[in-house]
Design a protein around this ligand. Structure first.
Ligand SMILES: C[S@@+](CC[C@H](N)C(=O)[O-])C[C@H]1O[C@@H](n2cnc3c(N)ncnc32)[C@H](O)[C@@H]1O
Length: 162
């Protein structure tokens, strides 16, 4: 069982307010069309999957968080890590990953998978305070064409579109 499985019942109480602040920032730029397909990688309980008015999908390796996400929202949530995303190449119009990258077991592989399943629109965020933050930034810079970067209270947020 992962740390996030262990705290699954209290996850939203602990983090909802913090995560919704980030969503508010991202919403200024991420405006999908109803027919667009959007994948949330490291979706947890779905707090960061639910807000988008389009076809939504979520993956996360924590079974209990996915169970909670499925209770709230009858969309396609799959138990899977970023390092092995169960979708074909170029499948999604948008791929987002909010405050999860610092938790991937293999950050480079996870970001490669995110890039593989997406077309060209990505929103990637990670905790500023993570000891892995400098390394994550280097990998993102080397792999993605970043158009906008926002320093939010807790996260760095990167966009590959304007
Ligand atoms: C801080 S939570 C963020 C969850 C959600 N995006 C939100 O903002 O509420 C970090 C998430 O990363 C997930 N995670 C851990 N290892 C992962 C991996 N290898 N691939 C994808 N997600 C992972 C955890 O299960 C957890 O749901």
């Amino acid at each position: 069982m992962t740390y996030y499985d262990e705290i699954s019942t209290g996850y939203e109480e602990l983090y909802e307010e913090e995560q919704l602040k980030k969503i508010k920032v991202i919403k200024q730029y991420l405006k999908p069309e109803p027919e667009d397909k959007l994948l949330d990688v490291g979706c947890g309980t779905g707090l960061t999957t639910e807000p988008w008015p389009c076809k939504r999908y979520g993956v996360d390796p924590a079974k209990k968080l996915i169970a909670r996400a499925r209770q709230k929202d009858k969309i396609e949530y799959k138990i899977a890590p970023a390092e092995d995303i169960p979708y074909p190449d170029d499948y999604f119009d948008y791929v987002v990953s909010i405050t999860a990258i610092q938790n991937f077991s293999d950050i480079k592989k996870g970001l490669e998978e995110i890039k593989r399943v997406g077309k060209d629109k990505f929103v990637l965020s990670y905790l500023k305070k993570s000891s892995k933050a400098p390394m994550i930034r280097k990998i993102i810079d080397s792999m993605f064409d970043i158009k906008k970067e926002i320093e939010e209270e807790k996260d760095f947020i990167f966009f590959t579109f304007d």
